[in-house]
Ligand binder design. Structure first.
Ligand code: MF3
Ligand code: CO
Ligand code: CO
Length: 255
């Protein structure tokens, strides 16, 4: 996927726009996660997302992005990211459903994602979802002015390694806000103290994409849906945040 390379340091007015777009993206994600039921198709969930965005006064930034046909990305079980919503994909009890919501609101972009278990799931699935959240939290904790992108990457990788999870390498976190994808790229693995320095006014998305098996992926014939090569389960969690002058980052997509 093409990306804008440039890092945009946001002005206070732009930060405010990012904040408002982030809130919309978080609202839509929360509503969607609460609406997942066994028997629903991912297309039905996507239709509901369109109605929800309309009601909240925002619109999908995904739709039409390099020709993307959905309003959202919904990736079930072995699907990692960019799952095109389909009539043929029926959500079942125990499934891992990853929902990624990217909205445009008043000229700014908000992006966030989460994996939910349908029903109770198994202890293994519950642990997997929690480990992915733990990896995201570790990345967020490293997102401080003066640190480097590699510190975030390394923090995520350390948690994933501790739990013996596969780390997808082909897709990464990114700057966000004015465009969906801005610099810098934020890999979920890497050496600490390397890469671009994090500065106040940067808005980034951290998004671990982890598997219970091999880190290898392939793309389905639909041209978008990324699945694990070995069919193992995948989890994806994403938050958008702003680097502050000092102290922890400001979460722009509150849960
Ligand atoms: N939300 C995704 C991200 O986290 C990108 C969406 S891809 C699209 O970067 F094709 F659906 F737009
Ligand atoms: Co996203
Ligand atoms: Co993203």
């Amino acid at each position: 996927m093409k990306r804008t390379d440039s890092i945009v340091i946001k002005t206070p007015a732009q930060l405010d726009g990012c904040r408002r777009a982030g809130e919309k993206a978080a609202d839509v994600l929360r509503i969607l996660c609460g609406a997942v039921r066994p028997g629903m198709t991912t297309k039905a969930l996507d239709d509901f997302a369109r109605d929800t965005m309309e009601a909240l006064g925002c619109r999908s930034a995904d739709f039409g992005y390099y020709g993307y046909p959905g309003q959202t990305c919904i990736s079930v079980n072995e699907a990692v990211i960019h799952g095109i919503p389909k009539d043929s994909v029926v959500i079942r009890d125990g499934d891992l459903v990853s929902i990624d919501i990217t909205v445009s609101f008043e000229g700014f972009v908000g992006d966030n994602a989460r994996t939910v278990i349908v029903g109770e799931g198994t202890p293994e699935k519950r642990a997997f979802v929690e480990w992915t959240e733990e990896a995201l939290r570790a990345g967020i904790a490293a997102a401080r002015a003066g640190n480097r992108v590699g510190d975030i990457s390394h923090a995520v990788e350390t948690v994933a390694d501790r739990h013996k999870l596969g780390i997808v390498r082909e897709y990464v976190g990114h700057g966000c806000g004015v465009d969906m994808h801005e610099g810098p790229e934020i890999p979920n693995y890497g050496a600490p103290h390397r890469g671009p320095v994090l500065r106040e006014g940067m808005v980034i998305c951290i998004e671990p994409m982890l598997t219970l098996g091999s880190r290898r992926i392939k793309t389905l014939k639909d041209g978008w849906t990324v699945v694990t090569a070995d069919g193992s389960l995948a989890c994806h969690s994403e938050q958008m945040l702003a680097i502050t002058a000092s102290g922890p980052a400001e979460i722009l997509t509150p849960r």
